[in-house]
Design a protein around this ligand. Structure first.
Ligand SMILES: *[C@@H]1O[C@H](CO)[C@@H](O)[C@H](O)[C@H]1NC(C)=O
Ligand SMILES: *[C@@H]1O[C@H](CO)[C@@H](O)[C@H](O)[C@H]1NC(C)=O
Ligand SMILES: *[C@@H]1O[C@H](CO)[C@@H](O)[C@H](O)[C@H]1NC(C)=O
Ligand SMILES: *[C@@H]1O[C@H](CO)[C@@H](O)[C@H](O)[C@H]1NC(C)=O
Length: 494
């Protein structure tokens, strides 16, 4: 059995659309960061009196030479125009055609507004317009999902304006390299430079720590959050944190990096690529480095290669994250002992597996890992909350029977669900409840999102159920996980 617990899709752009209630207005806000001055734009919503400043496409890194670790952005003179999104990193949507079309339809429609480019180390800040003398605001730092294969901080789905307006909080969305550009797996690469995409995330986090004050954010109140591969990334940051720890809370939506086996995907894929080029893996390096990005993207898509972070690289992902959490104590922390909020969706498996296998797929890969990571976190004395997303909406249904599918909570969390004739009051209420829980957690992580710690679970409910209710773990888990725990404990050495 292939234990690829992070190897999953992760965003949901089909669901996203800018609210028709959005109104743009002048004047343009400005800010000054450690690389120079910039000017942004503003948004307001009919549902809120807040004006949100948007600073889009701010470089946090220079254009990385292909397969090189990221470096800080150069200083600029003059005023940088941060009123429009900048390019996403190069995305991979593998064949066969049917899979590719489905993934593009669900996760990349519309595509990133400024296209794709290797010069992609930029981020976006959404901040309530400051009132004079106001206290610095908590910050939420978002890491997108997409199986470490695709994703973009600029997708409408991740527009932080709604969340910032609704909860008076600063939202940061970043780009990081994925697929061969982020996790190339070429021979003889320095061990600590294998997970380039994870290094990009850390550089963006460091930038946020250094600069977020310029936007009214409090650098000491950063919560990291992500979904799927983004949640896995969050867990790598929690279990193998930069020092000093640059965040004070973490949210993992349908993903984690602790109960997951080592893999050789990137190395194997590199070798296949080299064979296709009729080169040895070593000799292929220069060829692949010289190939135009669009050609390389097309080739890895045609060869259906998968690239994935490597455990134990000595820089970003512990070799033993699960044990590190289990062994963590206040006296010997090992990991970042920050409060966590972790959860999954009721029907995670429907977009991956045939209907008869969807429950097992979702339980094995998402539901049960969330349970055990949560339980092991709380057993280590770390404040831990669990949630369960069980809601479906007519405007967020890619196919009949999808249910509360993997990634379907994201537009509710960001308030970026479609506003159309299908939108229900219940959906608006549920989105508000999720935004408030997430933001309450970020505002005061020790107090949690508004319900009791694990093993209790906060459920965002389906039709005929309350928008929110708190239940015992067993109401969700129903004894389904023990059979998988045996597999995790056997095949994932700790
Ligand atoms: C390399 O892959 C491409 C795309 O699948 C294919 O058309 C080509 O025949 C392959 N070349 C070799 C030498 O395997
Ligand atoms: C960590 O936990 C493992 C068992 O899970 C144990 O064998 C090991 O001694 C522990 N290490 C430390 C430093 O506590
Ligand atoms: C369901 O999973 C079983 C076991 O892995 C597999 O043999 C079967 O082909 C799957 N069913 C479908 C329709 O994919
Ligand atoms: C999830 O929702 C379905 C109905 O849509 C319901 O049958 C089920 O009990 C709910 N699960 C939980 C844990 O609330």
């Amino acid at each position: 059995m292939k234990l690829h617990l992070l190897s999953c899709l992760a965003s949901a752009a089909i669901l996203a659309a800018t609210s028709p209630l959005e109104i743009r207005q002048a004047p343009n806000p400005s800010a000054s960061v450690d690389t120079g001055s910039l000017t942004g734009t503003t948004t307001t919503f009919a549902s809120s009196t807040a004006t949100v400043n948007q600073f889009l496409g701010i470089p946090f890194g220079s254009k990385p030479p292909r397969f090189s670790p990221p470096a800080a952005a150069p200083k600029w003179s003059g005023i940088y125009d941060a009123s429009k999104y900048k390019p996403a990193c190069v995305q991979q949507f593998s064949y066969p055609q049917e899979t590719r079309d489905f993934i593009i339809a669900v996760f990349n429609t519309p595509p990133p507004p400024a296209g794709e480019d290797e010069d992609c180390l930029n981020l976006n800040v959404f901040a309530p317009a400051a009132t004079v003398g106001a206290a610095l605001k908590p910050v939420m730092f978002w890491i997108y999902g997409g199986a470490f294969s695709f994703g973009a901080g600029s997708l409408p789905l991740y527009d932080g304006s709604h969340f910032a307006a609704d909860q008076d909080i600063v939202i940061v969305t970043i780009n990081y390299r994925t697929n061969i550009f982020g996790f190339p797996g070429y021979p003889n690469q320095p061990a600590n430079q294998q997970n380039l995409g994870l290094l990009d995330q850390r550089l963006a986090l460091d930038w946020t720590r250094r600069n977020i004050k310029a936007f009214g954010g409090d650098p000491d109140k950063i919560t990291i959050f992500g979904e799927s591969a983004g949640a896995g990334s969050v867990d790598t940051l929690v279990t193998d944190p930069p020092k000093p720890v640059p965040f004070r809370a973490a949210i993992m939506e349908s993903g984690q990096a602790s109960i997951i086996a080592q893999n050789t995907d990137s190395r194997d894929s590199w070798n296949k690529l080299a064979a296709n080029l009729s080169k040895t893996p070593e000799d292929a390096v220069a060829t692949v480095e010289a190939m135009p990005a669009t050609q390389l993207k097309a080739l890895v898509e045609e060869l259906e290669l998968t690239f994935f972070p490597v455990k134990g690289d000595g820089a970003t992902w512990s070799a033993t994250p699960r044990r590190d959490r289990q062994n963590s104590t206040a006296a010997n922390p090992i990991i970042a002992r920050v409060p966590i909020l972790i959860g999954s969706n009721a029907n995670e498996g429907t977009i991956y597996a045939a209907p008869e296998n969807a429950t097992a797929y979702g339980d094995f890969n998402f539901q049960c890992p969330a349970k055990y990571v949560g339980e092991e976190s709380i057993a280590a004395g770390i404040p831990t909350w669990r949630y369960y997303f069980n809601a479906t909406f007519p405007n967020n249904t890619p196919f009949v029977g999808a249910g509360a599918f993997h990634s379907s909570e994201v537009p509710e969390v960001f308030g970026t669900y479609k506003e159309n004739a299908q939108t229900t009051t219940r959906q608006r209420d549920l989105s508000k409840a999720m935004m408030k829980a997430w933001a309450d957690f970020a505002k005061d992580p020790t107090q949690g999102p508004g319900w009791a710690q694990a093993p209790r679970i906060g459920v965002f409910g389906g039709d005929g159920q309350p928008v929110f209710q708190e239940v015992d773990a067993e109401a969700v888990d129903q004894g389904r996980c023990a059979q998988y725990k045996v597999i995790y404990d056997t095949y994932i050495p700790i």
